[in-house]
Design a protein around this ligand. Structure first.
Ligand SMILES: O=C(O)CCC(=O)C(=O)O
Length: 281
């Protein structure tokens, strides 16, 4: 697909699939390193999710595991962050000074619950810090789902509603929708291992059930322009304290990258993380 066709599809449907961002022979290495980090952090992730649920917030359902800040645990995927097609798309929308707003690893275990319809931060209305609807029709953040296990109806490819990024709201906070119910316009994404699903963070999407017998591994990385305020995701920042801690709202926290890890990143990747480095880490 040409770069312009990629941007046209992203604009029209709200998402586009970039094939082969991670070369197929490198996918097992990336998947295995991400999977072992998820396994090591399984208990901590479950406790974190339970703590959020205990405050009455909607979390991903049973069998869905997320590990924010995967770059702090493995850097196996780092060479692919600056894939030329991905960079071209992000740069076309946000200019030179774009950056990564978060790196999360995901495991959807066999038989996991279906998720709820939502758009990603800062549009997810269940997060304490979110842009309130109605939204202006502007793309302020891109999400990227990195396919480490093939997405199919069997493994639970992500459910999306093409074109929903143009809507002025999304169902995560209710707003007249049943966020738990199937939607007549939903489609399920199929994608090969190593692909990246690039989408406008406003796109309505939902976790599907993995009907297979192995976990479905993926990663969700955000790309943001320099002018999007990421501070509500930063523990200890005044914005996080005011918007998340004091109202006792649902967080969307992104761990800082320790200086020692940042220092070893390739030169062309450093600009994506230099805003989020912990000098004491
Ligand atoms: O795992 C999936 O299929 C979707 C993940 C998702 O909804 C998210 O990361 O926001």
């Amino acid at each position: 697909m040409t770069p312009d066709r990629t941007l046209e599809k992203l604009d029209r449907d709200g998402y586009v699939i970039l094939e082969g961002v991670i070369p197929v022979d490198q996918v097992p290495h990336v998947r295995e390193s991400v999977a072992s980090c998820l396994t090591a952090h399984f208990r901590a992730a479950e406790e974190q999710a339970d703590a959020v649920r205990a405050k009455g917030h909607r979390q991903g359902g049973a069998g869905i595991q997320a590990l924010p800040g995967i770059i702090n645990h493995t850097q196996a995927f780092v060479p692919y962050l600056t894939d030329s097609r991905l960079t071209y798309s992000v740069q076309s929308l946000f200019g030179d000074f774009h950056r990564i707003s978060g790196t999360s690893a995901i495991a959807n275990h066999p038989g996991n619950d279906r998720g709820y319809w939502h758009s990603d931060w800062p549009y997810n209305q269940t997060n304490a810090a979110h842009i309130p609807a109605p939204y202006a029709d502007v793309c302020v953040k891109l999400s990227t789902l990195w396919v480490l296990t093939e997405f199919s109806p069997t493994t639970g490819g992500t459910l999306v509603i093409p074109g929903s990024h143009r809507d002025s709201t999304n169902p995560s906070g209710g707003d007249g929708f049943d966020r738990e119910a199937p939607h007549p316009d939903e489609i399920q994404i199929s994608a090969h291992e190593g692909s990246v699903i690039l989408f406008d963070s406003r796109l309505w999407h939902c976790v599907a059930t993995n009907h297979g017998d192995e976990p479905r591994y993926a990663m969700n990385f955000g790309y943001a322009p320099w002018w999007l305020n990421l501070q509500p995701q930063r523990v200890g920042s005044p914005d996080h304290t005011a918007m998340v801690v004091e109202p006792r709202g649902k967080p969307n926290e992104t761990p800082l990258v320790p200086e020692a890890i940042f220092a070893k990143l390739p030169d062309d990747v450093k600009p994506l993380f230099r805003h989020w480095v912990n000098p004491h880490g």
